[in-house]
Design a protein around this ligand. Structure first.
Ligand code: FNR
Length: 178
């Protein structure tokens, strides 16, 4: 199964991107990941240009989603919400519907205790609005990320590691059930 991994952070030293890399490296046999790194290239969503002839970066995002068996998003929280670049990408998918019935896992990580819960919950609302399937156990909020992830990207917290494995298992189960 092919899972599309999306980080909600454009930052070079992003803890969410690092976590996504760590998580995908734990993938069980039969589960492979490709990374979508085009958030920064997408035009601002505008219904006037949301046509069959959509801009190339939009067409690419839609195609990557269409061919993925599932999606795994790992995102920070900005100003109590989903980062604008990630929300922008999701807005492009409302009309084209690639999330319909697609299993999606959601992880959020923050230096704060609550693990970006507002962005997390808001992201779930948006994905569910697009009829994505959020499997039980495929969501995780990671607080105090600065204590759990070293500056060179090593995960130091066994509980977080096992929680990440559980997210992968939940996602794999949903894909297998179809
Ligand atoms: C933040 N951060 C933040 N954290 C949080 O838990 N809730 C919030 O509302 C915000 N708001 C916010 C706004 C802006 C403009 C910035 C730059 C940061 C902190 C944020 O979680 C922290 O910078 C993370 O390290 C960002 O994730 P990445 O880039 O490390 O993945």
């Amino acid at each position: 199964m092919n899972i599309l991994a999306v980080s909600g952070s454009l930052r070079r030293a992003s803890s969410n991107s690092a976590l996504l890399g760590i998580t995908t490296a734990m993938a069980p046999p039969g589960m492979s990941f490709t990374f979508y790194e085009g958030l920064g290239e997408l035009p601002h969503f505008n219904p006037d240009i949301d046509t069959d002839d959509a801009p190339a970066p939009v067409a690419e995002l839609r195609s990557r989603l269409r061919t993925a068996d599932a999606v795994l998003i790992c995102t920070p929280e900005y100003a109590n919400g989903v980062p604008g670049s990630l929300k922008n990408a999701l807005d492009w998918i409302v009309s084209s519907g690639e999330f319909m019935g697609k299993p999606a896992g959601v992880i959020s990580a923050s230096p704060h205790l609550l693990g970006g819960e507002k962005a997390h919950d808001s992201l779930l609302l948006t994905l569910r609005m697009m009829d994505a399937k959020i499997p039980e156990g495929a969501t995780l909020k990671i607080g105090s990320i600065g204590l759990k992830l070293s500056k060179d990207g090593v995960l130091k917290d066994p509980d977080t590691e096992s929680a990440l494995r559980s997210v992968l298992e939940a996602l794999a189960g949903a894909v297998e059930r179809g």
